[in-house]
Design a protein around this ligand. Structure first.
Ligand code: NAP
Length: 362
């Protein structure tokens, strides 16, 4: 099979670097185009990231000599790739317009940016939960007069630790009424170089701008349905979030208290539901799909970021400390790798799903 040519806009940033690391030797996609701001454009990739390549591995050989394009120049991308991953950091309206420009020029966009997360015909994918939301793509193309191009986005990294375990319970027939969530989020979630070390060492910052709103609102779209070519948000779940920045490099943890709408399942049944949970990415055997997607740890002191963030190559969710709650019904702790599952890896899984469903082709 000839690989599908992937472009990466925002290739020099932290999420962009993670993409390049994860796409190295990908069985379906080959990075043929990298782009960033006009500051980096025209340089060799290795020169553009000199002094700011922060991955543990070296720059992939096949990318080091690529000349960085200007992400704003869609014509260049059109000649060099079949679709793009978008990891640019710009003002929201500028990102919205840029991603639409790519889609209008027949280049599908798989985005990490939040600009289109609540656009009414753009799917926000966690492939284990809402793979069927890709069904809106033909409506999106029709609404906008686009031919081959479209936009899909991935959600914020803060909710990916707990939403799949919660969804597994809903899918098993136990609707959830409310969630109270306290997140402990790694510094890498703030991009490079992130918060100053003098603010983070020996400290916790109980505020991440915009994060609590995202944690409370994005799940309602992800759990929602499509009606007349638009998303209808799931309105049967209330979420209260406290989001904290903690001195961890990678791995977002969430402490969750959960109330069911009716009689709760037993703790043993919940663990069985999580252990047995499989979804479309696993059934389709997508290259980045974690097998299994949810890992339950029995030890009383797990999950922990250092020990559990790389489970399933950073794509699985690790859950532990399931116990009854005297205020709600149950409580547990969940963890996922924020720059893999929560950023580049999650978007690569979405692109694999799109390829498997026939939306991406060479
Ligand atoms: P970053 O390290 O600041 O990188 C930003 C990228 O955008 C760089 O490639 C930069 O190019 C490019 N860029 C900046 N201004 C531009 C312009 N005017 N035109 C074109 N390109 C421009 O940011 P990041 O942490 O990788 O985050 C990238 C995106 O992913 C953001 O939208 C962020 O919210 C989202 N995200 C991040 C995480 C995370 O864990 N960090 C998780 C989920 C989602 P130059 O190098 O040339 O300046």
């Amino acid at each position: 099979m000839k690989k599908i040519r992937a472009g990466l806009i925002g290739a020099t940033g932290m999420v962009g670097q993670n993409y390049l690391r994860l796409l190295k030797e990908h069985p379906w996609f080959q990075v043929t185009y990298v782009a960033a701001s006009p500051r980096s454009a025209g340089k060799k990739y290795s020169e553009a990231v000199a002094g700011r390549w922060i991955m543990d591995e070296e720059i992939p050989e096949e990318v080091a000599d690529l000349i960085v394009g200007d992400a704003n120049d869609v014509e260049e991308a059109k000649a060099k790739c079949d679709f793009v991953f978008s990891a640019v950091e710009m003002e929201k309206q500028a990102v919205r317009e840029l991603e639409e420009k790519y889609a209008a020029n027949d280049i599908p966009v798989v985005s990490n940016n939040s600009a289109h997360r609540h656009t009414e015909d753009v799917p926000m994918l966690i492939p284990e939960i809402n793979a069927h939301h890709t069904d809106i793509i033909p409506y999106q193309q029709k609404n906008r007069g686009w031919n081959k191009g479209f936009i899909v986005v991935k959600p914020n990294c803060s909710l990916q630790s707990y939403l799949t375990p919660v969804y597994a319970l809903i899918k098993a027939g136990y609707p959830v009424e409310s969630l109270v969530i306290t997140t402990l989020q790694a510094v890498s979630g703030a991009g490079y170089p992130g918060p100053a070390s003098i603010n983070m060492i020996d400290n916790i910052i109980p505020f991440i701008p915009g994060e609590e709103g995202k944690t409370e609102r994005e799940p309602l779209k992800i759990l929602g349905s499509i009606k007349n070519g638009k998303f209808v948000y799931y309105d049967a779940l209330r979420i209260s979030a406290h989001c904290n920045r903690v001195p961890i490099i990678d791995g977002h943890t969430a402490c969750v208290s959960l109330k069911f709408r009716s009689a709760p399942p037993s703790l043993d049944e919940i663990i069985a539901i999580w252990n047995e949970f499989r979804a479309e990415p696993q059934e389709l055997n997508l290259p980045s799909a974690p097998q299994p997607p949810i890992v339950y740890r029995d030890e009383e002191d797990r999950p922990q970021p250092r020990k559990d963030r790389n489970v399933g190559k950073g794509m699985a969710v690790t859950v532990g400390r399931l116990r009854e709650c005297p205020v709600m019904d149950i409580r547990f702790v969940a963890l996922s790798h924020n720059t893999i599952r929560g950023a580049a890896g999650g978007a690569i899984l979405s692109a694999e799903l799109l390829k498997a469903k026939g939306y991406l082709a060479r």
